[in-house]
Write a protein that binds this ligand. Structure first.
Ligand code: WTA
Length: 667
């Protein structure tokens, strides 16, 4: 595995951070979790997790909390049976809260809003479950969901959970190629989609990408049975009577009665694809009982959830944050939340703050990349709105730089609100490292310490815990309920990626290797610094350098490509590519850079489109042929190029510099 040591240079900056924000007294006094929870969880972890599982409704309780007899394959709440959709919907209605609003849906077109109560949600989910069954979906079949942020997306997910058909939600910004490979990898029987959704003020089509993906999946040898289509924008769609079914025909005519069946605690709930260090995305498998326990517990504890809260998470349901903190955690907790379809600046830049003001949002969860873009626009925009309903702010997806943290707390939170910087991953399924808002003081830039029930450490190459004030690799040292169970169809890759780096020794079990570098400051608090492998985190989205390189190399004019993430104020790392053209392509033509950028966009999706492509004559390689991305990063970040002594040919960097200087680079 290629790992580079976490950037040593940042430590001195971090140590200068001495701002502290104490929990508000009122919040601390009534906090859901207090200091004692840390000790209680540490003294008997399994008892602590059993207590958290009790917040769900089980048809049958478990015989055993954790089976870790065959690591790294965990089983949680063994023998227990439950239905995730029942837990997210029906039980709230049965408890007399059917009239409570589950979603304030806010479409991007101004005025396009719709409130959905828990009772209504139960009817919708039941209808969709009946419709999927009528389309031939059976327990265990996979269903792909490729949708805009509309209520039907959540309904589709819950309907799948209800009938025990694992869903795989593919982000609507992914291309038809990306969708096709996921359809093939998990052998999806049905695709749920929409004609389109509203983004940046206009209707943006989705169905054409599904049409293409179905054809491409067939070329890969997989046939999709049915495509269920929500009419959202009213755009023209190409229709295939053998394949396509309108949602309003199939779902709205279905019965609102549907008895949820209880499934085994380890029944697969969903597969979420995420980038790994190779070109092939990994299908992260989450199962039912442990995942739902973890999502519900963390949503309650980290956001200090109270019955009257109005919660808003701005993530897309195409990412794990949308799964755990829009769908499963919040709904299991019976919360009222905002679901917003569009972009933050449509029709104008104050849109998000308008939504907060209009709905009296109390808990707000977003990503640093969004916060930084608001900072850039200036505080005048949020200052024009009344944001006094907010009582807690959350951040997720990438390290939040201290200045963004302080701005967020000050300008958006009016200096009242704690900020919880939550570290977790698609693989962890739930928040792992975060302050507890009623207990932990806030320290800008630090995710602080593992939440009660979670065990993590920062270790060196040999697995020795590093002392306070030093950096190393982030590991999770005990299994946790929402942990991934495997990579779909690839147990070997699961073992190899996460568990081979720190295998069990005589004194301890195996540790989970997160792929992130981290530091402990002099107080012992954790600072997550970012990926140490060939995975980038651009605007909070995970991309693999190899995946983008493969996309570039698939272009007929490209011979070789190397991709790095270069620092960018707005997006965190930005995608920078170095490309060697094939001889027969000559200089590639005047538009070569734009041509290649669009090619990547088409292959993977707009988020992967390189900010910069540099056409170079050579790439720096070690004697064993490994590309030295560190040196390319120096070039991309306009730094003096570092140590070149391990290069097979040390003149290569001069050639690259010449290539870059000859005007082929595009900023
Ligand atoms: C990064 C998103 C620092 C990290 C939930 C991790 C963070 C990757 C934080 C997972 C944070 C996420 N501070 N880094 N608070 N949260 N990350 O799978 O590199 O899309 O490994 O899950 O995002 O990204 P993923």
């Amino acid at each position: 595995m290629s790992t580079e040591p976490p950037d040593g240079g940042t430590l001195s900056n971090l140590l200068k951070e001495d701002r502290r924000f104490e929990p508000p007294a009122e919040l601390a006094e009534h906090a859901n979790l207090k200091q004692e929870a840390y000790e209680r969880a540490a003294s008997d972890r399994e008892a602590f997790w059993a207590e958290q599982a009790e917040r769900l409704s089980w048809d049958q309780t478990w015989d055993r909390v954790l089976d870790w007899d065959d690591p790294p394959f965990a089983k949680w709440f063994v023998g227990g049976r439950l239905n995730a959709s029942y837990n997210c919907v029906d039980r709230h209605v049965e408890a007399g809260r059917g009239d409570k609003v589950a979603f304030h849906f806010v479409g991007e077109p101004v005025g396009d809003t719709r409130d959905i109560t828990y009772a209504e949600l139960k009817d919708l989910v039941s209808q969709a479950a009946n419709a999927l069954t009528d389309l031939g979906v059976q327990t265990g079949d996979r269903v792909a969901i490729y949708m805009p942020m509309i209520p039907e997306a959540v309904v589709a997910m819950l309907a799948c959970a209800r009938i025990g058909a694992p869903h795989t939600v593919v982000f609507g910004g992914f291309s038809s190629d990306a969708l096709a490979s996921r359809l093939e990898d998990c052998q999806a029987k049905v695709v749920v989609t929409a004609d389109g959704g509203y983004r940046r003020g206009s209707a943006s089509a989705l169905k054409p990408a599904v049409d293409e993906a179905v054809v491409k999946a067939a070329e890969l040898g997989h046939t999709v049975d049915k495509v269920l289509v929500v009419r959202r924008t009213g755009q023209d769609v190409t229709w295939n009577d053998d394949l396509d079914v309108w949602w309003h025909d199939a779902v709205e005519s279905a019965s609102t009665e549907h008895a949820p069946e209880a499934f085994d605690s380890e029944h697969p709930l969903y597969v979420m694809y995420t980038s790994g260090t190779t070109g092939k995305p990994k299908g992260i498998l989450h199962t039912t009982g442990g995942y739902l326990t973890g999502a519900a517990y963390t949503h309650w504890a980290v956001f200090d959830l109270k019955p009257d809260d109005v919660y808003w998470c701005t993530a897309d349901i195409g990412w794990v944050t949308g799964h755990s903190y829009i769908v499963y955690g919040p709904l299991a907790n019976g919360v009222t939340q905002v679901l917003y379809e569009g972009t933050p600046d449509s029709p104008e830049r104050g849109r998000w703050w308008d939504v907060i003001e209009q709905h009296g949002v109390t808990l707000f969860y977003t990503a640093p990349t969004a916060i930084r873009s608001f900072m850039k626009q200036g505080r005048e925009i949020p200052d024009q709105r009344d944001l006094s309903s907010l009582r807690l702010l959350g951040s997720v997806g990438e390290p939040i730089n201290p200045e963004a943290y302080v701005w967020y707390r000050h300008v958006i939170g009016g200096d009242r609100t704690p900020v919880v910087d939550t570290w977790w991953q698609t693989e962890t399924g739930m928040i792992m490292i975060s302050p507890l808002p009623g207990v932990t003081h806030g320290k800008p830039g630090s995710a602080m310490i593992p939440i009660p029930g979670i065990a993590a450490d920062v270790v060196d190459d040999d697995g020795k815990s590093v002392p306070d004030g030093s950096g190393g690799y982030l590991v999770l040292t005990e299994p946790w309920p929402a942990m991934l169970r495997t990579i779909w169809g690839d147990d070997e890759r699961y073992k190899d990626t996460y568990w081979s780096r720190y295998p069990a020794t005589e004194d301890r079990g195996a540790w989970y290797f997160a792929g992130d570098g981290a530091k402990k400051d002099t107080d012992g608090d954790l600072w997550v610094l970012g990926r140490v492998d060939d995975v980038m985190n651009v605007s909070g989205h995970r991309l693999s350098t190899t995946e983008i390189e493969s996309a570039l190399v698939s272009h007929p004019k490209v011979a070789e490509a190397a991709v790095v993430g270069a620092k960018d104020e707005d997006t965190g790392p930005a995608v920078c590519a170095f490309v060697i053209l094939r001889d027969e392509a000559g200089d590639g033509g005047a538009d070569i850079v734009e041509e290649l950028r669009n090619h990547v966009r088409k292959q993977i999706g707009p988020i992967a489109k390189p900010r910069q492509i540099m056409i170079v004559p050579e790439l720096p390689k070690t004697r064993s042929g490994k590309i030295m991305r560190r040196l390319l990063k120096d070039v991309a970040e306009h730094r003096e190029v570092g140590d070149v002594t391990t290069l097979a040919d040390s003149s290569v960097m001069d050639l690259i510099s010449q290539g870059v200087d000859s005007g082929k680079d595009e900023a």
